[in-house]
Design a protein. Structure first.
Length: 97
């Protein structure tokens, strides 16, 4: 599995999204489900909303996905491989102190 900051990819990606995400004012409460791929070089590719809340919130999540840092790519048999993820992003985001 890919890693980011020493954490497994799904958990690390949700934490990284929550740290960076700025939601529009009066955003509804709920979850946005986003899928993406971490490619062989560790880049986030093909983010897409699977289940959204509202167009402006969904756009903010996608914009944040494009800003994520590189992951350490996943490996199979010692070779880097692309790995797909689907993660929930909770809205409203509670900022970490």
């Amino acid at each position: 599995m890919p890693t980011l900051n020493g954490q497994e990819g799904a958990r690390a990606s949700v934490a990284a999204i929550h740290r960076r995400l700025v939601v529009p004012p009066a955003a509804p409460v709920g979850r946005v489900y986003v899928s993406f791929e971490v490619d062989k070089e560790g880049r986030v590719r093909h983010p897409q909303i699977l289940k959204g809340l509202r167009a402006d919130v969904d756009s903010a999540v996608l914009a944040t996905m494009r800003q994520l840092p590189r992951f350490v790519p996943g490996r199979r048999g010692g070779q880097p491989v692309a790995v797909s993820f689907t993660v929930p992003v909770t809205i409203p985001v509670k900022k970490q102190p």
